[in-house]
Design a protein around this ligand. Structure first.
Ligand code: BV8
Ligand code: ZN
Length: 243
């Protein structure tokens, strides 16, 4: 693909983009990991050791998404507008397990760490839409066996989803934008380096404050996502230029 026609955009999002919708981040002072240890709720070993405790951790977050007044915000909407109006492909790779991007209208979307509203059967491997509470007593709608349903979530030590498709997009994009992520969790935190080194993409960080990877970005704008993201998308659509 020649340089002048390549205007593909890859956007990585993290918990910061959903903060102003009322969902906690992980590593902020009031974040999830300040209230519970990830080793107790977000690893396969934790699930083997205390399945009901891990189910309750995800049941309470799924309930908040279902019953709380949690809606997509202006940053999610701006990314859906970018996908609709940009004269090239826009792929959102989200670390988030909430459903706010799709509810804002984004279509070209990969949930690399899984989704709250899905379950997976350990017996037959099927992935099912699952909006209510989950427990070890649940029976798989596909294979009919009980005791195998788990959250369709990628825990620490597990392989993130659709990594080949993500790396292929990183290796052919002209612009990589990272939004609302602290750059602590790999392999997502390594995507900016991969995009820079493999295709010399322009790289932009939009965050409340500089992330762990801040120095790796060619451009950065700091502030709340609902202010910074719509403004950035507006400029991108006005100029049509990725850098
Ligand atoms: C894996 C589950 C092995 C869902 C999550 C090097 C290479 C490979 C792996 C590793 C490595 N080094 C270490 C590892 C292991 C590990 C890892 O990275 N550990 C860390 C802690 C050091 N990685 C893994 O285990 C991954 N798997 O590597 O498999 C493998 C690898 C290759 C091949 C084969 C096998 C699996 C990682 C996924 C784990 N699951 N979550 C859930 O419960 O939600 S990770 C968890 O962290 C969430 O998914 C979350 O999305 C993710 C990242 O967090 P952030 O989204 O960045 O959120 P955070 O709170 O940290 O930051 C929020 C940011 O927003 C802040 O910067 C803040 O300033 C900003 N903000 C706040 N408010 C606003 C805002 N910005 C804008 N506006 C606002 N209003
Ligand atoms: Zn099954």
């Amino acid at each position: 693909m020649s340089a002048e026609t390549n205007n593909a955009i890859v956007v990585l999002t993290g918990a910061g983009i959903s903060k102003e919708s009322g969902l906690d981040t992980f590593r902020d002072a009031d974040g999830i990991w300040a209230k519970v240890r990830l080793e107790e709720v977000a690893t396969p070993e934790a699930f083997a050791r205390d399945p009901e405790g891990v189910h309750e951790f995800y049941n309470s977050r799924r309930r908040k998404l279902r019953e709380g007044d949690v809606r997509p915000n202006a940053a999610h909407a701006a990314l859906a507008r970018l996908e609709a109006e940009w004269p090239g492909s826009v792929l959102i790779v989200t670390q988030n397990v909430d459903n706010l991007h799709e509810r804002a209208g984004s279509k070209n979307l990969i949930h690399m760490h899984g989704e709250h509203v899905k379950a997976r059967c350990a017996h037959c491997g099927v992935t099912l839409v699952w909006e209510c509470d989950m427990s070890r007593d649940d029976v798989c709608a596909d294979c009919g066996r009980p005791g195998g349903m788990r959250p369709h979530i990628v825990w620490f030590g597990e392989m993130p989803l659709q990594m080949e498709r993500i790396f292929a997009a990183l290796e052919t994009c002209a612009l990589f934008v990272s939004i609302g992520t602290s750059g602590n969790v790999y392999p997502a935190a390594g995507f900016v380096q991969h995009a820079r080194l493999s295709t010399n993409a322009h790289t932009v960080e939009l965050n409340l404050e500089p992330s762990e990877s801040a120095t790796l970005f060619a451009e950065s704008h700091y502030g709340p996502a609902t202010e910074v993201v719509p403004g950035y998308v507006e400029r991108l659509l006005e100029t049509g230029q990725v850098n």
